[in-house]
Ligand binder design. Structure first.
Ligand SMILES: *[C@@H]1O[C@H](CO)[C@@H](O)[C@H](O)[C@H]1NC(C)=O
Length: 319
């Protein structure tokens, strides 16, 4: 396993993107650029509103603001590169830029997984133990909870990226993807990647499996508690405070499990179709999910809607 004496002349990677489908490129460019702008605007408004409106100074909105901030960072780490790959056929990306981008995307993705788990805990306490909620979810609890999500995500990314950086890349440097996505890069190396695969599998268990189980059991308790509420009105009200989170969780984990959860063989039958499907999934995950998150949260939440209205109308209290 001595790879250090293998020297590989490597200028950088070439991003293939959608070069094989030039007609799709323009459509996707416009589509993704508009989605990106909607995402920036939606997340920006949400951060502004949850900061300015004192009614929204609650743990749930603190997490939501953090999630918005995360989505802005996440999209900023990949979408400009994706758009560039549509404009520049066979775009060359330097070795360090590529791994930098991989690091950021991986860190943000893993952070989001943990943060969604933390938010499930917040909803669990709010609904199952409402009397203890102000005590349990105090500022001394939720700020470290968010901070540890970031720390966990970044640590995971350091581990994964540093393993990928050490791989030798000798011949093929064409990434059949829009971004420096880790699976697409692992396919290019001429070394044995079993360690990387194992460490990614472990990371999947920790960052996908554990939060998913945690969220699942939180919601089992939440739903059991909601069903015990005698009035239909009360049930509806309790459920409305967590339906937005639940929808986001389903979309986020649904996409990510679909993308990373299944094992892939290197050259199976119909690899081309598989490729295009993978690309579409990762576009969905990288572009559509952050946009949907915000729209879902904003439209499904009365308080957010009211706060946005207030902000737009600049309520003048004349009395
Ligand atoms: C997100 O959480 C971290 C850690 O608690 C905090 O330092 C940061 O200011 C938060 N970001 C936003 C936009 O609220």
């Amino acid at each position: 396993m001595d790879r250090s004496n293998q020297t590989c002349p490597l200028v950088g990677f070439v991003l293939l993107g959608l070069s094989a489908h030039p007609r799709l490129e323009k459509t996707f460019f416009v589509l993704i650029l508009s989605m990106y702008l909607v995402t920036l605007l939606g997340n920006g408004v949400l951060i502004l509103v949850t900061t300015l409106d004192s009614c929204l100074h609650k743990p749930m909105y603190f997490f939501l603001r953090n999630l918005s901030f995360l989505d802005i960072c996440y999209t900023a780490s990949s979408i400009p590169l994706i758009l560039d790959s549509f404009l520049t056929p066979r775009k060359t990306v330097s070795y360090s830029a590529c791994f930098g981008q991989m690091f950021l995307s991986f860190a943000m993705g893993a952070t989001e997984c943990v943060l969604l788990g933390m938010m499930a805990f917040d909803r669990h306490v709010a609904i199952c133990s409402p009397l203890r909620y102000p005590m349990v979810m105090s500022k001394a609890a939720y700020v470290p909870m968010a901070a540890s999500s970031w720390a966990a995500g970044i640590t995971n990314s350091v581990v994964q990226t540093s393993q990928a950086v050490r791989l030798p890349f000798c011949g093929d440097n064409v990434i059949n993807h829009f971004t420096c996505e880790i699976l697409a890069i692992l396919k290019l190396t001429c070394a044995d990647i079993s360690i990387n695969i194992i460490s990614m599998a472990v990371a999947n268990v920790i960052f996908l499996g554990v939060p998913v189980l945690f969220i699942f059991f939180s919601y089992v308790f939440i739903i059991a508690t909601i069903l015990r509420i005698p009035s239909a009105e009360g049930r509806k009200k309790a459920f409305s405070t967590c339906s937005a989170h639940l929808t986001v969780v389903v979309i986020f984990y649904g996409t990510i499990l679909f993308m990373y959860g299944k094992p892939k063989s290197k050259d199976s039958l119909g690899a081309d179709k598989q490729d295009l499907a993978d690309k579409r999934t990762s576009l969905f995950y990288g572009v559509v999910t952050p946009m949907l998150n915000r729209i879902i949260y904003s439209l499904r939440n009365k308080d957010v809607k009211a706060a946005v209205r207030d902000l737009l109308h600049e309520k003048h209290l004349t009395e």
